[in-house]
Ligand binder design. Sequence first.
Ligand SMILES: NC(=O)c1ccc[n+]([C@@H]2O[C@H](COP(=O)([O-])OP(=O)(O)OC[C@H]3O[C@@H](n4cnc5c(N)ncnc54)[C@H](OP(=O)(O)O)[C@@H]3O)[C@@H](O)[C@H]2O)c1
Length: 239
Amino acid sequence: MSETKIALVTGANKGLGLETAKQLAALGYEVLLGTRQPAPASLAPASLGPRLSFVRIDMHDPATFHAAAARIGEKYGRLDVLVNNAGIGPDVAFKPSESPLKLIRETFETNVFATVEITQVMLPLLRKSAAGRIVNVSSVLGSLTLNADPQAQLGEWRSFGYNGSRAALNMFTATLAYELRDTPIKVNSAHPGWVKTDLGGAGAPLEVGEGAQTSVRLATLPADGPTGGFFHANDALPW
Ligand SMILES: NC(=O)c1ccc[n+]([C@@H]2O[C@H](COP(=O)([O-])OP(=O)(O)OC[C@H]3O[C@@H](n4cnc5c(N)ncnc54)[C@H](OP(=O)(O)O)[C@@H]3O)[C@@H](O)[C@H]2O)c1
């Protein structure tokens, strides 16, 4: 029997993160749901099933990254999948010229700096996996190519903080994938689509079940799968 794979998903108390965790568990992965709050009663471990458990991950508190890494190291000795899903978009409704610096800083702190830091902390455990996978949950709104095209179908979603944070995260994907090119670890960026969540809003066309599929695909890539790419479903997106 093959060894059970271990996955950590950040921002997994709701939305795309929770759904990604559930889909990975359904594929047989043992999944740690990173949440900054204690698990809500609606997510009692018993209701989630045997392969899902909680670990405290607060993107504003790097001590939680180290504590989680120590726990994963002690219990499993390695990490097979890291899904960097936690993210915020507090400035999406602002024009770049009017977006409060405070919101831009908050966005980069969570979506970029904390995501880079947790990845650095988890990397030694991912190096111990036979097939490590890092999924950076980004957005098509981070595409420089599309943002530079006035005709691109981005609507009015052209804020600097959120879009810029996704472009920066994509650069982390590309540079880290290059650094790790001679290892089994694959690093890719995912665009879930526009999905009904607290962040995506009720008007989004996709349900979380479909939205989580890109992260799940990239988390479960075979040895001959891509690295250093930016994808929605099976399609490569423009950087
Ligand atoms: N929905 C879409 O249409 C869409 C499109 C493209 C990309 N995305 C990306 O997909 C990812 C998931 O978003 P979602 O749509 O599922 O939104 P969501 O329902 O608002 O979920 C965001 C998750 O991130 C967590 N989070 C935020 N700040 C955190 C912090 N400081 N520490 C720990 N966790 C934190 C939230 O936890 P709390 O509940 O504790 O705040 C929540 O679990 C995000 O990175 C987002 O940018 C979404």
